[in-house]
Design a protein around this ligand. Structure first.
Ligand SMILES: C[S@@+](CC[C@H](N)C(=O)[O-])C[C@H]1O[C@@H](n2cnc3c(N)ncnc32)[C@H](O)[C@@H]1O
Length: 419
């Protein structure tokens, strides 16, 4: 301990803060976790927990990593797996957390976040600031978790003899939501072992202590799987990482809406970011007097063009532009709708009309996003207790605004070449 006050320590602390992270590995909780992992066969020489200014808690490497290097190999004994249903793992987490002192998982449970920012945990005021499609998904998530909680009640009641405390003080909605978020944001997928082509083995999800401190970066590539030979869950990087930098993995090619929905955060400059255009929005800008509108809509529906219409950093998606071209067909052009689906240009007029249509939608979404950002900034000063969640939605809506601004530039360029 005395060593900590020495010159080397002070020098090291200075170096760390200038690099944008503060080491956590000297803290008791992390020392206990490392000891616990070691007892279960985990050997590590390079990863250290740290607090990063951009991403919060994560892991850094003390040795540079080259492509194909193993980032981590976590032995099976350290994994908390479920080959049964989700609520069994929820129940397990709640029960272990409440009887923490005796739990063999204590060093891990101690370090789990106390709160989450997935939509199920957000205040209604915050959820209402999300864009319409995401808001709908956020309410669906709430409903799903509530239903799962209600359907787990008989199971919780059957556990009463095992608990001296009043069961409701242990298995309440608050605890269930915490456990659900823990599982949703932190489990890794383990492909069931292939016992035969028609194997009915259920999917297995595992909580992986320490490994679950790795944060997401959409720009990195990794391979992750349970290795049957070494009996370890292994992550190999396909990207490089410099010494004393944060080691990232990629949770998948998710856009920011999906990251918020599933993990409760957003990634800045996410290349997969999109802004969704709903059917209601399309209908708002199509002429209701267009007699072929119902037919056009059923063609679009049959060809699955109405789902997932988006603007991205590259402008309107192919699906969105094709949809707009079909909706913009004049009565005499309508029989050519199949050609539009095949990517043919029907006329200069149709091209121009669909781009004008896209511009109108983009402009309307831009105004709506700017208005929401103003509301967020007012709410941030009025509702101090919601500042963290409001900042999260602000980051998401700001990224959406940037995509819409980029799209507007792209559309302007496209329109000037078609006129
Ligand atoms: C598997 S955990 C990673 C470790 C986590 N930061 C911790 O302190 O326990 C996943 C959670 O980390 C956070 N996270 C992951 N990547 C992030 C990033 N790039 N920026 C901000 N938060 C991130 C999110 O809260 C997410 O739900």
């Amino acid at each position: 301990m005395k060593k900590k006050n020495g010159r080397t320590f002070r020098k090291r602390r200075r170096k760390q803060s200038s690099l944008g992270f503060a080491s956590l590995s000297h803290k008791d909780e992390y020392i206990f976790l490392k000891k616990w992992l070691k007892e279960r066969g985990y050997e590590d020489s390079k990863l250290r927990p740290a607090e990063f200014s951009e991403t919060g808690r994560g892991l850094l490497t003390t040795k540079s990593l080259q492509a194909e290097d193993l980032v981590i190999a976590l032995p099976e004994k350290c994994l908390l797996t479920t080959d049964t249903v989700l609520n069994t793992l929820c129940t397990f987490l709640i029960a272990e957390k409440c009887g923490q002192t005796k739990s063999p998982w204590k060093p891990y449970l101690n370090l789990l976040p106390e709160t989450y920012t997935c939509p199920v945990c957000l205040d209604y005021k915050t959820v209402d600031l999300l864009s319409e499609p995401l808001r709908r998904q956020a309410y669906e998530q709430r409903k799903r978790v509530q239903e799962l909680f209600v359907s787990s009640q008989p199971f919780f009641s059957s556990l009463q003899p095992l608990f001296p405390k009043n069961l409701k003080s242990v298995f309440n909605y608050h605890a269930f939501r915490w456990a659900w978020c823990t599982i949703n944001t932190r489990t890794v997928y383990m492909k069931p072992s292939q016992r035969g082509c028609f194997s009915k083995d259920p999917d297995i999800y595992a909580l992986a202590p320490f490994l679950d401190l790795l944060n997401h970066n959409p720009a990195v590539q990794v391979k992750a799987a349970f290795n049957e030979k070494t009996k370890c869950y292994e992550i190999t990087t396909l990207s490089t990482c410099k010494k004393y930098e944060e080691v990232f993995i990629c949770y998948g090619p998710h856009d920011n809406q999906r990251l918020l929905l599933e993990y409760g955060f957003v990634a800045h400059n996410n290349p997969h970011s999109t802004v969704h255009v709903t059917t209601a929005m399309l209908l708002k800008y199509t002429a209701p007097e267009d007699k072929q509108r119902p037919m056009k809509l059923s063609i679009l529906q049959e060809n699955k063009l109405l789902d997932d219409l988006t603007f991205s950093w590259e402008g309107p998606s192919w699906k969105l532009l094709t949809t707009l071209k079909i909706l913009s067909l004049e009565a005499d052009q309508f029989p050519s709708w199949r050609k539009v689906l095949l990517g043919h240009v029907i006329s200069e007029g149709n091209e121009k009309k669909s781009l004008d249509f896209a511009t109108e939608i983009c402009l309307s979404l831009t105004e709506e996003t700017q208005h929401t950002l103003q509301k967020i900034s007012l709410l941030k000063s009025d509702c101090q207790h919601l500042v963290t969640q409001l900042s999260l939605v602000e980051a998401l809506r700001t990224e959406e605004l940037h995509i819409l601004q980029k799209t507007s530039e792209i559309l302007w360029g496209l329109r000037s070449t078609t006129v």
